[in-house]
Design a protein around this ligand. Structure first.
Ligand code: HEM
Ligand SMILES: *[C@@H]1O[C@H](CO)[C@@H](O)[C@H](O)[C@H]1NC(C)=O
Ligand SMILES: *[C@@H]1O[C@H](CO)[C@@H](O)[C@H](O)[C@H]1NC(C)=O
Ligand SMILES: *[C@@H]1O[C@H](CO)[C@@H](O)[C@H](O)[C@H]1NC(C)=O
Ligand SMILES: CC(=O)N[C@H]1CO[C@H](CO)[C@@H](O)[C@@H]1O
Length: 326
């Protein structure tokens, strides 16, 4: 190759590099395109979340499910169609909430600037503002995500961590989306807010190994308490259980206290006690709420960038539940 060819290759590489950096998310992506967008979301959240604080948990979980399955592209918000069973109709969705809240905010933003702000960004910003509105941490949400056009129930089982997963499986699923062991322990701290259904832990309480037994890693006093007062039968699929009893709407470190006391509700919570590394991360969070908030903010910013679609990828959906022109 002559020096001219080398020069051409260099230029091509530079252009590719600039192209790829331009396709990154950026803070204040809508500052020019829709200056009021973030304020509209913030105002709506501040007006409504104080009256319905439990929604903060629901919205945070929606954002998590969205990001883990095909990236943060609002695929979790899509309805199933005649031929396709969407993510939200997979089993773990039984219990997802907050779709109406997102759709409402999206309609306000659409009224201000039609076709500009993605549902994926609305979801990421709403989750952040809602958690902050109940006194939780605040994190940066760079924007510019675009919405995906595909949502498949089957993808949920491949990528979403399940409450019965062990540490090895959880680490693998987090690594698959670029998150590490620290992110796993920190983001599990989201279980400081919100609720679970009895059915999610019924097997753990009543038929752990198929012999009518209880998971021995669950504190036995707590297990008895759950069985007598909350989750009275293995067939109960309606009763709700706080994951962090007594402070389900308060974002604090008490989730980690529960885990240390072997009262983490899911096996995925309990399993965080099974390695020295994860136990150390937990111990560190228990020393400082501010420290935990800072870690949580860092990990959320990472989670919010999983496999995002930017630039000309995907689309800006008009309604979050359906792809455009469908
Ligand atoms: C580590 C793997 C994780 C597993 C296995 C897991 C599993 C679950 C399950 C099974 C539920 C309750 C479902 C029900 O019965 O209603 C739940 C609730 C919840 N999860 Fe996770 N989760 C994980 C990580 C996360 C992460 C990373 C976040 C957010 C950053 C999160 C946020 C939440 C919240 C806020 C709730 C309460 C939802 C509500 O109140 O409606 N979880 N999780
Ligand atoms: C974790 O679960 C996976 C999948 O069920 C299993 O193959 C693996 O042996 C388990 N690992 C440990 C350490 O129990
Ligand atoms: C407990 O699990 C075993 C093995 O999976 C199953 O045969 C049995 O029906 C279960 N019992 C209940 C009450 O669900
Ligand atoms: C939940 O419980 C109700 C009432 O016991 C029952 O009719 C329904 O089939 C159950 N649903 C599932 C998914 O088990
Ligand atoms: C299987 C199942 O329960 N799917 C539900 C998923 O969530 C939507 C609401 O968002 C319900 O309509 C489905 O029934």
């Amino acid at each position: 190759m002559g020096s001219q060819s080398y020069f051409k290759v260099l230029i091509i590489c530079l252009v590719a590099l600039i192209g790829s950096t331009q396709a990154q998310l950026q803070l204040g992506f809508y500052t020019q395109k829709c200056p009021k967008a973030e304020q509209i979301i913030y105002n709506f959240v501040r007006e409504h979340i104080p009256h319905a604080p439990s929604l903060a948990a629901a919205l945070l979980r929606l954002h998590f499910h969205d990001c883990f399955v095909t990236g943060c592209d609002a695929s979790v918000l899509l309805h199933s169609t005649g031929t396709n069973q969407a993510e939200k109709d997979s089993l773990p969705n039984l219990t997802l909430r907050g779709f109406g809240f997102i759709e409402k905010i999206k309609s306000l933003v659409e009224a201000e600037c039609p076709g500009v702000v993605s549902c994926a960004d609305v979801l990421a910003l709403t989750a952040r503002d809602s958690v902050h509105a109940i006194g939780g941490p605040y994190w940066n949400v760079p924007t510019g995500r675009r919405d995906g056009v595909i949502s498949r129930a089957a993808d949920v089982f491949l990528s979403l961590p399940a409450p019965f997963h062990n540490l090895t499986t959880l680490i693998t699923l987090f690594n698959d989306v670029g998150l590490d062991l620290n992110d796993l322990v920190i983001l599990s701290g989201a279980h400081t807010i919100g609720i679970s259904h009895c059915s999610t832990i019924a097997t753990r309480l009543y038929n752990f190994t198929g012999k009518g037994d209880t998971d021995p890693t669950l504190d036995s006093e707590y297990a008895t308490n759950l069985k007598t007062s909350k989750c009275k039968s293995i067939n109960d699929n309606t009763t709700l259980i706080e994951m962090d009893p007594g402070s389900r709407n308060t974002f604090d470190v008490s989730y980690y206290n529960q885990v240390v006391k072997r009262r983490g509700l899911f096996q995925s919570d309990a399993t965080l006690l099974t390695s020295f590394a994860t136990r150390s991360i937990i111990a560190k969070q228990l020393q400082s709420t501010q420290g935990f908030f800072a870690e949580f903010a860092k990990s959320m910013e990472k989670m919010g960038q999983i496999k995002v679609k930017t630039g000309t990828q995907g689309e800006i959906r008009k309604h979050c539940a359906v792809v455009n022109f469908s």
